[in-house]
Design a protein around this ligand. Structure first.
Ligand code: SF4
Length: 331
């Protein structure tokens, strides 16, 4: 069965942007591929998180993945740092990737701008670790959002370079086309993100959701309740597109344009529809939190399976690059 690999960073509590942009897709991918899904805590270190917070977030993200429908009997779910081969392969690839290729990565520039006080080497070589994450499992299909396309191209180029220098070793990963939308935040201007403080949390209650929605940007030209609005320029309407049925969206569209519908009622309808999705996820997450041993078991089993696959790859890689284990043992 063809393999797929994808990771999610534990840099904050999961929000509906993560849900729509990654998790819904993962649930679908596990039906078509042998799936390796990973909480990429090593990547999160580039932001120097507080250690206790990092540990809590790793567990919460894993809980969110499972509560959203990733099935641990079907997919291999694990934490990146529990499989040390990721960093070993990243170093090998670091020694192959030209500096000029990394200099071209636009995400490095974006992230450096976001954390000017902490522009570390890990931020710069982040795409190499990402390439290692993929090729370690010999994944042939990788779901990527538009902001990750450049990194996947670097991974593909790295595979070509490795295969050229050391002989055919890795399959070239291909993009899995997904319909994952780009979900904008409450400000309506930038992508939803915890660091921008513009998110709607996946585990937030209906009341918390509505509280946040009150401040969500709508059609800026609709200054009074009696002004007709334009749903096409309203981010709240875009969210209706993800969570509300087509017939209700048509009613909202007409009500907004004729000014029969006010923004508060429009947001209340969205909050109700969001709760239809988030309520069951919140319940499943609560059940997992109530049995922490179950989560430990799932992550331990996932890590064991991932390590076995990773070690098979690394045995071949070490041999190809000339790092042989001494006779009589030693890894
Ligand atoms: Fe946006 Fe809804 Fe207000 Fe129209 S009624 S501007 S779609 S929030």
């Amino acid at each position: 069965m063809v393999r797929t690999m994808s990771g999610i960073q534990p840099t904050g509590d999961l929000h509906i942007g993560n849900y729509l942009g990654a998790l819904v897709n993962w649930v679908e991918l596990q039906r078509r591929y042998e799936a390796f899904f990973c909480v990429v805590d090593l990547h999160a270190l580039t932001q120097r998180p507080e250690p206790a917070a990092l540990q809590r977030r790793v567990r919460e993200v894993a809980i969110g993945i499972l509560a959203s429908g990733v099935d641990p009997d079907r997919s291999t779910l694990f934490v990146q740092s529990h499989v040390p081969q990721h960093t070993e392969l990243a170093w090998v690839l670091n020694c192959l990737v030209p500096l000029g290729d990394l200099n071209r990565m636009t995400q490095f520039k974006d992230k450096s701008a976001q954390q000017p006080e902490n522009i570390n080497a890990g931020l710069f070589t982040y795409p190499v670790l990402q390439a290692a994450d993929i090729v370690l499992y010999r994944a042939e299909r990788v779901p990527v959002g538009e902001d990750q396309e450049q990194h996947l191209e670097l991974a593909r180029e790295t595979v070509r370079r490795f295969n050229h220098v050391y002989g055919d070793t890795f399959p070239e990963p291909q993009v899995v086309k997904s319909h994952a939308p780009r979900v904008m935040g409450l400000d309506g201007e930038s992508k939803m993100s915890k660091s921008r403080n513009n998110e709607i949390g996946l585990f937030e209650t209906a009341e918390e959701t509505m509280h946040k929605l009150r401040s969500a940007k709508t059609d800026p030209a609709r200054l009074r309740r009696t002004d007709p609005g334009n749903p096409q320029v309203c981010n709240v309407f875009a969210w209706h597109g993800f969570f509300s049925p087509a017939a209700q969206r048509a009613e909202i569209d007409a009500g907004c344009r004729s000014a029969a519908l006010g923004c508060v009622d429009c947001k209340k309808a969205l909050a109700q529809n969001l709760e239809q999705v988030k309520g069951p996820i919140r319940e499943r997450a609560a059940a997992l939190r109530a049995h922490p041993g179950r989560l430990d078991e799932i992550l331990a089993a996932g890590a064991a399976k991932a390590r076995a696959a990773a070690e098979a790859t690394m045995t071949l890689v070490r041999e190809r690059i000339g790092l042989r284990a001494p006779r009589g043992g030693g890894a």
